[in-house]
Each structure stands twice: as structure tokens, then as C-alpha cells.
Design a protein around this ligand. Structure first.
Ligand code: PHE
Length: 358
């Protein structure tokens, strides 16, 4: 009995002294494991004379319970301590200044898309999107470009193989099919921009088979050409960051708008160097117009009640103009040296108040 008392003291001390979960487990195995001290003693009870067996067994079981409880307590304490240590180590001080980013860069297309969204969101636009693979109807027919229309040839369309019904899907040649999707999805008014990828079979200094456009669509009861002009002037001045920038609206033609215009920004090309917002030269940046009544009708919008404007613009092209990038093909080469030179620091989000690009 005395022996057990002494062992109890020793083991309790070993349990209390275990510095981590591993050493605690070693103590547990030494005491309660298959070959542990208590287990061995319980096994050898049978060799005792019958009158001692009972009391010795009872004493051993009490000791076993005591030690089991002590181990469980110690385990809990060590768990809590390990958790506290980890919390202390992984503590993040959210009030610290952001560490400067040294590695990754945002692609100019992403940067300009963020800038466009910031500018148009400030004018109350929301962002819509649609798939790259489109039905012929959304990409052409609903936009008042019937099957035999010459505009189809001009788009250098990538066609997919015909499906079971003989229908050939296309890689969308512009973001305009999302005008259709937006209007089919619910009743007017609409005020959306749609940035996204577009595709045409074309490749040179200023054309790549995949490129990016942003579409705008504003439809309500009394939207007129004055709203179109004001909206695009405000956009262009904010985007090129020139308060006195001039715009010129030139009559043009698109099947899905009437009247239609192409828009030029004032620029100078003196000495072979392009400067936007100076001089008296012009450079085209986008196409626009009042949405054709047939397009509204195709989408179930009553053209006697609703009207408005749409515009479409090449994101890559305005990125090249704003940031002086000479060759469009370099946008999609994936060359690290290029992205380090022309890329943007990701955490410098463009805002109208904080500046669009820094
Ligand atoms: N979808 C036309 C294009 O790709 C641009 C455009 C959009 C013109 C909306 C007018 C209105 O060239």
C-alpha cells in the first residue's frame, strides 16, 4: 500500500511535469499502456492470496482512475497552451500599414477594366456579363444583323462546328450580345456596362484574335442623344485624366443603332508622338448610337415607350493609348519583363477620388 502511495506521487509528478503532449503520452503508456506499471500489477493480482486480492485490486483501480483523470486534465491544459501559443504566433495586426508588393503585377487590361468600372459605377452603372460562346441569334440576328447581312463578313467570325440541330455557335465577335441578354433577363430601365473577351480572326500590330471590349447600355423612357454625349464626354475626360479633352461625334453606321456615331478624342501627333487631349488632330476610340427600335422589339421592350443608347469600345486599344504601349500582340505573350514594365501594383485600386492610375 505504501508502495502504491509512493508510486502515485511519482506518477502524478511525471504527469504534471510533462512539458508537451508527446511527453505526456509517454507517461500514459508507461503507466496505463499494455505493458504499463498499473496494467502489469493488475495482471499479477491473480498470484496474490485470495484475501489480499480484493483490497489490492480495489486500490489499484482507484489509482488507475486517479491517474487517468490527471492525464486527461494535463492533456486539456497542454491543448489550451498550444492553442494560445499558436494564436500569439499567428497574430495579425490589421492596423499595420500594408507591406509594399514587390512581386506580382496587374495586367494593363485588368487595370483599365478596373478603371472603367470605377468611372461608370460612379455614374450609376452596374456590371453585367455573358458567355464567350454565343448563339448566332444573340451575336447577330437579334442585333438586327440578319443571316445575309454584309456586317457578318466584316466580323471575321470564328464559328463552332454545328451541333445536333445544325446550329453553329460563335465566339462572340463583340460584347453587344450581352445587350440582348440584359434586356431579355428583365424589364427596363437598364444602365449597365459589360467588359469582356471578344474574338475575331485577325492579327497584326493592333489586332489579336482575342481582344477585349466594354459595352454600355442605357435604356429608359426618355434617354436621348444628349445623354449619350454627356456620358461619353464625362467618361473620356475621367479616363484620360484631361479635364479639357475634346470629343468629336462622327456619323457612322451600325445595324443595331440608329442614328450611329463613331467618337474621336482630340490629340496631337506632332513629331510622331501621340498626345491625347492636346492639338487639333483626332483619334477614334469607340462606336455608339441610339439603340435601334428593332433591337428593342427583338428583346420584348416596347420601342414606343422606351429608348436609349449603347456604345462599344476596345479595352486593349484604350489601354495602349493611355499607357503608350505600341504593340497589341505583346499583351498576350506572357513575357514577365513586359508585365514588370507595363503592369500595375495590385493594391493601388483605381478610384475617382484617389486617382485612377498611380
Ligand atoms: N459592337 C460594335 C463593334 O464591335 C460597337 C458598338 C456597340 C457600336 C454598341 C454601337 C453600339 O464594333
Amino acid at each position: 500500500m505504501q508502495e502504491l502511495d509512493q508510486l502515485e506521487q511519482e506518477w502524478l509528478a511525471a504527469i504534471a511535469g510533462a512539458a508537451d503532449l508527446d511527453s505526456l503520452d509517454k507517461v500514459r503508456v508507461a503507466v496505463l499502456g499494455k505493458k504499463g506499471a498499473i496494467t502489469e500489477r493488475l495482471k499479477s493480482l491473480g498470484q496474490l492470496p485470495a484475501e489480499q486480492r480484493r483490497s489490492a485490486g480495489a486500490a489499484l483501480n482507484v489509482l488507475k482512475d486517479t491517474l487517468t483523470a490527471a492525464i486527461a486534465d494535463r492533456q486539456n491544459a497542454l491543448h489550451v497552451r498550444a492553442l494560445d501559443a499558436r494564436l500569439a504566433e499567428e497574430r495579425v495586426d490589421v492596423t499595420l500599414p500594408v507591406r509594399p508588393m514587390t512581386g506580382g503585377r496587374l495586367h494593363p487590361v485588368s487595370q483599365v477594366t478596373d478603371e472603367l468600372v470605377a468611372i461608370f459605377a460612379d455614374m450609376g452603372f452596374t456590371v453585367a456579363d455573358g458567355p464567350d460562346i454565343e448563339s448566332d441569334w444573340n451575336n447577330f440576328t437579334a442585333l438586327n444583323i440578319p443571316p445575309d447581312h454584309p456586317a457578318r463578313q466584316m466580323h471575321d467570325t470564328f464559328y463552332l462546328p454545328p451541333d445536333a440541330n445544325g446550329e453553329r455557335k460563335v465566339l462572340r465577335t463583340h460584347t453587344s450580345p450581352v445587350q440582348i441578354r440584359t434586356m431579355m433577363a428583365g424589364p427596363p430601365p437598364y444602365r449597365v456596362i459589360i467588359p469582356g473577351r471578344t474574338y475575331r480572326s485577325d492579327s497584326d500590330m493592333t489586332h489579336t484574335p482575342m481582344f477585349h471590349q466594354v459595352e454600355g447600355l442605357v435604356i429608359d423612357r426618355d434617354i436621348h442623344m444628349g445623354h449619350l454625349k454627356g456620358c461619353l464626354l464625362e467618361f473620356a475626360r475621367a479616363f484620360f485624366e484631361v479635364d479639357t479633352l475634346k470629343l468629336r461625334f462622327r456619323p457612322s453606321h451600325f445595324p443595331f443603332t440608329e442614328p450611329s456615331a463613331e467618337v474621336d478624342v482630340g490629340c496631337s501627333r506632332r513629331g510622331g508622338e501621340l498626345k491625347i487631349g492636346e492639338g487639333d488632330d483626332w483619334l477614334e476610340i469607340l462606336g455608339c448610337g441610339m439603340v435601334h427600335p428593332k433591337v428593342l422589339e427583338n428583346c420584348g421592350v416596347d420601342p414606343t415607350q422606351y429608348q436609349g443608347f449603347a456604345f462599344g469600345m476596345g479595352i486593349d486599344r484604350i489601354a495602349m493609348l493611355k499607357y503608350g504601349i505600341p504593340d497589341l500582340r505583346s499583351f498576350f505573350d506572357g513575357d514577365l519583363r513586359w508585365i514588370r514594365h507595363y503592369g500595375f501594383v495590385p493594391l493601388d485600386l483605381p478610384t475617382l477620388s484617389g486617382g485612377l492610375a498611380r
